[in-house]
Write a protein that binds this ligand. Structure first.
Ligand SMILES: [Zn+2]
Length: 155
């Protein structure tokens, strides 16, 4: 009698263990599937956004020409710097910026959504500010340079 009870308990324990293992296996499968699905979705989104973000060298050239190689916020240009001192314009880094950031629904491959900015204005604009907001923030001392130049102080 005692032996049978012991055997019954062992079977019971084994059954419970088996059930737990089956449940754990099912849960892990479900979690793996969900993980796979979200990973695939993320990959897809990344591919699409990089496609939308893509700006060709030809487009950059056209935008630079259209904007006269002048920052659309602060108005600085290579030509202006060269007029101050020979070769100074080479130090100006002009960038092509998305007016409405791609992260906020702007189209990357659309030239109407591209503009020329100097690197300082572009850093200030980031992914959240508008041209007008940046224009209200900046003081690069360009006007002070103009005054100095007029007075013959700038060399
Ligand atoms: Zn600028």
């Amino acid at each position: 009698m005692h032996e049978i009870l012991k055997g019954g308990a062992a079977v019971y324990v084994l059954l419970v263990l088996l059930a737990v293992m089956v449940v754990a296996w099912l849960v892990s499968r479900l979690r793996y599937r969900r993980y796979r699905r979200t990973a695939e979705e993320k990959e897809q989104q990344k591919r699409e956004s990089s496609k939308r973000r893509y700006v060709t060298a030809k487009m950059k050239e056209r935008v630079l020409e259209r904007d006269n190689a002048t920052c659309r916020i602060c108005g600085i240009s290579k030509g202006y710097l060269d007029s101050l001192a020979d070769g100074l314009g080479d130090y100006l880094l002009l960038e092509i910026d998305h007016i409405t950031p791609v992260s906020q629904g702007g189209t990357g491959g659309d030239e109407d959504n591209l503009q020329v900015l100097c690197w300082r204005c572009n850093r200030k604009k980031g992914g959240t500010r508008t041209n007008e907001e940046v224009a209200g923030m900046i003081d690069y001392g360009i006007d002070r340079v103009r005054v100095k130049k007029r007075r013959g102080l700038f060399r």
